[in-house]
Design a protein around this ligand. Structure first.
Ligand code: NI
Length: 172
């Protein structure tokens, strides 16, 4: 396993639409292992493959609390089914938008169809933090960031600050 560098906004690579995975093999499992290690190291609760520069439809997540046992989840080719009409407001952050947290409104629950770590077809009922997190991560597969759900003013303010920080870091 290896920790891989995480791409941060406004990098254009984050805007790519990721391609479906043809088969879940050892190569893909090695990538998912790297993604999980990278996510834990950051630390974060979700990571899409595109965030480490791999434009394929793969997500890892672990929403277990600090006091709980680790509970890694792997989603290959995930699809949202039956998003609830009821909306939920939840504070979100993103490893590709470091240090910024904003409330985002999304369907409060949904079902998710996906392939697991072994390539087995699964369906999951998601609500609460799980629903928020999986929708946030699936957005990444479409090249969408959580800041795209904010007002244009807020989004541009965040992107401006990120660009400034990156300039300062590059100048060091
Ligand atoms: Ni994210």
């Amino acid at each position: 396993m290896a920790i891989r560098p995480i791409i941060t906004a406004p990098d254009d690579r984050l805007r790519q639409v990721s391609k479906p995975v043809a088969s879940v093999d050892d190569g893909l499992r090695a990538l998912m292992d790297d993604m999980l290690e990278t996510m834990y190291d950051a630390p974060g609760i979700g990571l899409a493959a595109i965030q480490i520069g791999e434009p394929i439809r793969v997500i890892v997540m672990d929403i277990a609390g600090d006091e709980e046992e680790p509970a890694p989840q792997y989603f290959v080719n995930p699809e949202i089914l039956d998003p609830a009409e009821e909306m939920n407001l939840h504070e979100e952050g993103c490893l590709s938008v470091p240090e910024f947290y904003e409330e985002v409104e999304r369907p409060a629950s949904c079902r998710v169809k996906y392939l697991d770590y072994d390539g087995k077809a699964q369906t999951l009922e998601a609500e609460g933090l799980l629903a928020t997190c999986i929708q946030h991560e699936i957005d990444h597969l479409e090249g969408v960031l959580f800041i795209d759900h904010l007002s244009r003013l807020k989004r541009e303010r965040i992107l401006k600050k990120l660009k400034k920080e990156q300039r300062l870091a590059a100048a060091e």
